[in-house]
Design a protein around this ligand. Structure first.
Ligand SMILES: [Zn+2]
Length: 484
């Protein structure tokens, strides 16, 4: 199969792959990858499950219409077969992004008929009966009341603590805070943490857990102890990670400081044991704006469809400038209606959502296009370094847990004159309860929603070793990234 020309094994990087209609086998490390409905699934350990309830005929027909597929028996039975299986990777983040094809349709404004709603991904249960049981055993009254609130029960539980409840534990993983800040400024900056303890981190308990900070001198002397509070937007379960814009006020005097990011149980105690100190230079002068040469408009954000069209036209213009006519292009997170349908050459769309890739493969066949749809983790791409003329990320970059590390990883797959196109990327921070319902819903489901400011993007691109040309409006950004 010529289409897999540039592919390599994600385990051992060997190009010696034995490919048939059902599977890909690596001849070096003997790993077998399934091909399902024309889509290689590059996870040897993926767990498949058959759904007991068949998708009703009318829904299949409706889905065909919505997706622009032909209304013939063969296509409709393929659709039925695609949606009869769900997949699990055993990884919280990857699983949250998978099996949610209909959810995505719904998010883009399409009404899902009642009879297909059983396929919508219900909110990840934050607290279950099992959890309640655990809490009862631990006699954790605060948490029990939270659980009861959530399930709408109005029971009063009277428990005497036999021992104190467990201490919340956390780990700061990374942050997007600038290392130079102006004095006496209030701002929000993103930091990412993981719940490494046994109890959820929640701002809706009797002693709400909040994010805060202290300012210290380099000798450890406290300048500001009681920092601003930032609540958790959702209850963060054990083992889960979240990026949160943290509200911070800088000291009034310039100097070298330590910013100590920490948590507290409001009205009870500081949780400084897991705090992280970040050295920060506070200056009197304003900090030079890294985004100064970016093209910025005060236009309200364009809608999603307008953004997509503008992005596509811009991308075509960029590719035309190279003077080539055939390209090797990778789209990451392109779902079924890949932008690559508008191009010719060697085209790969890599996404974690298996159903979306399978529908994409059907569309590709129907429209007689050249796009190869692949289900893989974009951190371990099945291609050698220096393969692509262009890598496209449309409304996808902010979903990766470590955006800088991810950009560095994919930049290695670019040819020296290649570029990364970042399209329709959301811009801005929420604070506290000022968070959109859609965003919150995604967080509940476990999707890695994050949002960055223009200043954070500038730092992200620069520290990933990329030169950025950026156009932005009030709500979204388009960036053309080249290797330095
Ligand atoms: Zn291998």
């Amino acid at each position: 199969m010529a289409l897999f020309h540039n592919m390599q094994c994600v385990r051992c990087s060997s190009r010696q792959l034995k490919i048939d209609a059902q599977s890909i086998q690596c001849e070096r490390c003997v790993t077998t990858y399934k091909i399902s409905h024309g889509v290689p699934i590059l996870f040897p350990d993926v767990i498949t499950q058959t759904i007991s309830q068949d998708l009703p005929e009318e829904i299949i027909g409706w889905l065909g219409v919505v997706m622009d597929l032909p209304n013939d028996y063969e296509t409709l039975s393929k659709l039925k077969s695609i949606f009869s299986t769900t997949y699990q990777f055993g990884d919280f983040l990857l699983d949250a992004e998978n099996n949610q094809f209909l959810d995505r349709l719904q998010n883009s404004g399409i009404n899902i008929p009642e009879s297909a709603k059983f396929l919508l991904k219900t909110q990840t249960p934050i607290t279950s009966a099992t959890r309640l049981h655990q809490l009862l055993e631990q006699k954790n009254l605060n948490q029990i009341n939270t659980v009861l609130d959530k399930v709408g029960a109005s029971a009063s539980v009277n428990i005497e603590y036999s021992s104190s409840p467990p201490t919340p534990r956390y780990r700061w993983i990374l942050d997007y805070l600038p290392r130079r800040m102006s004095a006496a400024k209030v701002f929000t900056g993103n930091a990412r943490l993981e719940n490494v303890g046994t109890i959820p981190l929640s701002s809706h308990t009797a002693y709400p857990i909040m994010i805060s900070y202290h300012w210290r001198t380099l000798n450890g002397e406290v300048i500001t102890f009681d920092g601003h509070r930032t609540p958790f937007p959702i209850e963060l379960g054990s083992g889960r990670q979240l990026t949160i814009p943290v509200k911070i006020e800088t000291p009034s005097e310039p100097g070298d400081y330590l910013l100590e990011l920490t948590l507290l149980e409001e009205g009870h105690r500081w949780l400084d044991e897991d705090a992280k100190q970040i050295p920060i230079k506070v200056t009197k002068e304003p900090i030079p704006d890294l985004t100064a040469h970016w093209q910025k408009s005060n236009q309200p954000p364009a809608n999603y469809a307008e953004n997509q069209i503008a992005g596509l036209n811009w991308l075509k213009a960029q590719l035309q400038e190279t003077g080539k006519s055939e390209f090797t292009i990778l789209e990451i997170g392109g779902t079924a209606h890949s932008m690559l349908f508008h191009f010719t050459g060697e085209l790969y769309n890599v996404d974690i959502d298996i159903h979306a890739m399978q529908i994409g493969a059907l569309l590709n066949q129907h429209w007689n296009k050249q796009v190869q749809f692949i289900c893989a983790d974009a951190h371990t791409l099945p291609f050698p370094d220096e393969t692509f003329d262009a890598i496209i990320l449309s409304n996808a970059l902010h979903h990766f847990p470590d955006v800088r590390q991810f950009l560095r990883t994919i930049a290695r797959k670019l040819r020296p004159d290649g570029f990364i196109a970042v399209l329709s990327e959301p811009v801005g921070h929420y604070y506290g309860s000022n968070i959109s319902p859609d965003f919150l819903q995604e967080l509940f489901k476990g999707v890695n929603e994050q949002s960055f400011t223009l200043a954070e993007y500038a730092d992200i691109f620069c520290s990933s070793g990329l030169i950025a040309e950026v156009t932005a409006d009030e709500g979204s950004l388009r960036a053309f990234l080249r290797l330095m």
